[in-house]
Design a protein around this ligand. Structure first.
Ligand SMILES: [Zn+2]
Length: 219
């Protein structure tokens, strides 16, 4: 048995991870779900899903129901698997970076940038390292939860890169040539785009296709 608060907290965290991995790998152990629900009750979490797991006889709960309850419990407590337990998020982010990297040519930035996991940040996030070693996490970092969806990952990365470049160099990029306004990375109709606020708003270009509008610029 664990006695100290820190040990109990570590134990609860480990149970959350086991339940997450059980759901992910389709080998959820109902005893882990019950143990987690009991721990969470002790931490004064009283959600419907937690109470249901504690009150029902596990033998009467079908695997599908148990999986649904486990998912709700993880949601209720805001569990995030980070990059470690959900490594596909980094793959999504790296694919997004290859797309944004095409736009960096319009800013005179050459070479292949890389994703860098910022292990010493809390929560752990990801930043971008340019081919010349420059680091683009001045505008914050990319959180693992932003990388479940490719479009969100791409838009978030575009925003982080442009804000970092602005903080770093005090130069607005990209700029809409028609309105002479700075445009912003955003999600629009399910696509990551550079959005200009001029004339009621319009898409300057999808992220990754800026050079078609602005042309590449040599240093
Ligand atoms: Zn415009």
């Amino acid at each position: 048995m664990s006695d100290t608060m820190a040990e109990r907290e570590a134990n609860t965290e480990e149970l959350k991870q086991r339940v997450y991995l059980g759901l992910r790998e389709d080998n959820l152990d109902p005893r882990d779900v019950v143990a987690l629900a009991c721990e969470l009750l002790d931490w004064f979490h009283y959600t419907d899903a937690i109470l249901e797991v504690v009150e029902r006889n596990p033998a009467d709960v079908s695997p599908t129901e148990m999986a649904a309850l486990a998912r709700r419990i993880l949601d209720d407590v805001g569990f995030d698997p980070g990059f470690d337990l959900a490594p596909e998020r980094l793959a999504t982010l790296r694919a997004a970076l290859r797309i944004v990297a095409r736009d960096l040519a319009t800013r005179g930035i050459e070479g292949e940038p890389e994703i860098e996991v910022l292990e010493d940040w809390f929560p752990v996030g990801a930043g971008v390292r340019l081919a010349d070693g420059g680091r683009l996490n001045w505008g914050g970092c990319i959180l693992p939860g932003m990388c479940d969806d490719p479009t969100t990952a791409l838009a978030s990365l575009a925003v982080m890169i442009q804000e970092s470049l602005l903080e770093w160099t005090w130069r607005v990029w990209p700029v809409c040539p028609r309105h002479d306004l700075g445009v912003h990375g955003s999600e629009h109709d399910g696509t990551a785009v550079w959005w200009c606020a001029g004339d009621g708003g319009h898409v300057l270009a999808p992220v990754g296709e800026l050079s078609r509008v602005l042309g590449s610029r040599r240093k």
